[in-house]
Design a protein around this ligand. Structure first.
Ligand SMILES: [Zn+2]
Length: 375
């Protein structure tokens, strides 16, 4: 999740806030100051109301952070590397180094979040009860925080993947059928239905209860969930499909090495124009010097082709994106998408082992997906 503001580290986990959180922060402050506080404490000054509302929004923020931290800490305890937490408009995401390896692991990581929110909510509910007599003002705040944490727990337990409840549901299906890919498909289908139900409930609120803000809000959440469900399914299918494969295993080893002193003219007419591909490694011995592509040739005036060496126009090794043979296949695909390149050389030091192209990975995904879905 890009465009987030970094806040620091807790237990070695990077904490970031997505810009959309500013909006949520404002919305909570505003709805609390203008809603509950105005209703119950009309005698309060504006400054007092808004001051209290900001404190509530900060505590709410900490509650969400604790929810996400609980996911991350359980994941860490199970030996999963946690890259960081990003808080964004509908809560947060923990970026885990890998997907859970077993249904039990997934269940534990997913369920702890809503349980944490529930526990925080229960804590505030007790405070609310206890503060009724001594400080009704503090009681109002505690009551609101109890309510909102309860809503977070309930919303996250909706069985819509990728919400926590959807993950819990997936882990249960996964434990029963022992096929993660199929479990994921079933969970995200259910996620889609939950999303449509939320959208329908939003429309119903709008039409029958004439509650426009609540209705639109619910509709947007449904829309968001539907998109998240579809895209996280695609991503998971990709990861699941490429799981356990390394760059070294999927690299093409039958590439044609180009000597550095070959002329551009020779490269284009004898290699590219007869259909041997549009990208070649420039190699001396087995040392990778760089990559030469059709684009490099196009950028050079044609009349210079016969007198220009491949070496002088190639992208040199230092400027190349390369991967080691141990790198995971899914990570390689992600690297290609992020840097917008279509091929990545696989190297050990500067010795070339093979080449991976995006088209090769996509073909591989199709084949593995077809096989996985059948059994
Ligand atoms: Zn959660």
């Amino acid at each position: 999740m890009p465009s987030s503001i970094k806040l620091g580290k807790i237990a070695g986990i990077e904490i970031g806030v997505h810009w959309s959180w500013v909006f949520i922060f404002g919305l909570i402050t505003w709805s609390f100051a203008g809603g509950i506080l105005e209703q119950y404490y009309p005698e309060w000054s504006d400054t007092r109301r808004w001051g209290v509302a900001v404190i509530v929004a900060i505590i709410f923020f900490i509650s969400i952070l604790l929810h996400e931290l609980s996911h991350s800490l359980v994941a860490k305890a199970r030996g999963i590397h946690v890259e960081g937490i990003t808080l964004f408009v509908f809560g947060g995401v923990s970026r885990l180094g890998r997907e859970p390896e077993s249904a039990g692991e997934e269940f534990q990581i997913a369920i702890v979040g809503p349980l944490t929110s529930l526990a925080i909510g229960a804590g505030f509910a007790i405070l609310w009860l206890g503060l009724q007599g001594p400080s009704p003002e503090a009681a109002a705040i505690a009551g609101y925080l109890a309510f909102i944490n309860g809503v977070i727990a309930a919303f996250n337990m909706l069985p819509g993947f990728p919400l926590d409840g959807g993950r819990v549901f997936r882990s249960i299906v996964w434990a029963r059928n022992r096929n993660r890919l199929r479990a994921t498909r079933i969970a995200s289908k259910l996620g889609e239905y939950v999303a449509y139900a939320l959208m329908a409930a939003g429309v119903a609120q709008l039409v029958f209860l004439s509650n426009p803000i609540g209705g639109i809000w619910m509709f947007i959440i449904g829309l968001f969930l539907r998109n998240a469900s579809a895209s996280s399914y695609e991503q998971l299918v990709l990861q699941t499909t490429l799981e356990g494969l390394t760059a070294g295993e999927i690299a093409r080893r039958d590439f044609t090495p180009i000597p550095p002193d070959m002329t551009m003219d020779h490269l284009v007419s004898e290699m590219m124009l007869v259909g041997h591909g549009r990208c070649y490694p420039v190699v001396a011995g087995d040392e990778l010097l760089g990559l030469i592509t059709l684009t490099d040739a196009q950028q050079l005036d044609r009349k210079h082709w016969p007198t220009t060496s491949v070496y002088s126009v190639m992208t040199p090794f230092e400027k190349l994106r390369t991967v080691s043979p141990q790198e995971g296949a899914a990570a390689v695909l992600q690297l290609m998408s992020e840097t917008d390149v279509n091929q990545v050389p696989v190297v050990e030091g500067n010795r070339i082992v093979g080449i991976i192209s995006r088209a090769d990975i996509l073909r591989l995904i199709q084949v593995r997906r077809a096989v996985a879905v059948e059994n």
